[in-house]
Design a protein around this ligand. Structure first.
Ligand SMILES: [Fe+2]
Length: 266
């Protein structure tokens, strides 16, 4: 934009020319996938690191966050008994500091036998859900899970909505770039949550290429930070200039902002 046009725009408060870029990632308003609860998984180590991460969200303009600690049968055994008290600790610290964030918690369930038992109501704990009964789950990075169709059937018949974490990070779905696996999941009403880091190239070139192709094919319903530590912001911030980030924001398909201002869980 020329200097004259910019001065006219500033003087009149009118936007000429191309739409201005979003100032920051906070245009997404809500983040539904991150690991900022302290000491539960491979995310925030302690409360101090949790607070650094939360300040990062607030500085970027996010308003509403869900912590989603890993929940697995054999490694990170996180359920409501571990997650909800940790949420309370962080909420108290965030409130004492006056951070303008609504804080919630769910979990990122790994597809294993324990998850299947939870879905059947056979385990002695409740599932932690996202709004509108969306259920965040993840798969192995190495092997195509044989139980995927079984799990989807159980999720849907139990009345939940399947939300698959970072589908672009599962190489066995890449399938020479055809997107066939992703289209089949979308046809089964699985919402696909792409990581901002994948679009930014943090998870390698294949994940980035597939994430971009999913954007081009209008397959992305949620963008998540999947933030594990504060140092990851630098890569994500570069997306302000990224063509695919803007394309997905303008797709009309993203559900992130619908979850902003969700009332805090009791
Ligand atoms: Fe995650």
């Amino acid at each position: 934009m020329s200097g004259l046009l910019q001065r006219m725009r500033d003087a009149l408060g009118v936007a000429f020319g191309p739409k201005p870029s979003p100032k920051a990632l906070g245009v997404l308003a809500a983040d539904m996938h991150a690991h900022w609860l302290p000491g539960l998984d491979d995310g925030a180590k302690d409360l101090e690191q949790s607070m650094v991460m939360l300040r990062g969200f607030a500085e970027r303009g996010y308003t509403t966050l869900w912590a989603t600690p890993h929940s697995m049968g054999d490694h990170y055994k996180n359920g409501p008994a571990e997650i909800l008290p940790a949420l309370e600790r962080v909420r108290e610290a965030a409130s004492a500091e006056g951070l303008p964030l609504d804080l919630h918690a769910a979990a990122e369930y790994y597809l294993d036998d324990h998850f299947l038992q939870l879905l059947d109501g056979k385990a002695d704990e409740a599932l932690l859900l996202l709004p509108d009964k969306w259920l965040l789950f993840e798969l192995s990075y190495l092997n195509r899970p044989s139980q995927l169709q079984d799990a989807l059937f159980r999720i849907i018949t139990a009345g939940y909505k399947p939300l698959l974490a970072h589908p672009e990070r599962y190489p066995y779905f890449h399938d020479s770039g055809s997107l066939r696996a992703y289209r089949e999941l979308a046809e089964q009403d699985v919402a696909l949550q792409v990581n901002l880091g994948s679009l930014a190239g943090s998870h390698g070139r294949s994940a980035q290429r597939v994430a971009r192709a999913m954007v081009d094919a209008d397959l992305v319903r949620f963008l998540g930070t999947d933030l594990h530590r504060p140092g990851q912001w630098a890569n994500l911030d570069a997306l302000k200039q990224d063509r695919w980030f803007h394309r997905v924001l303008n797709s009309g398909r993203l559900l992130n902002a619908q979850w902003a201002n969700t009332p805090p869980q009791p």
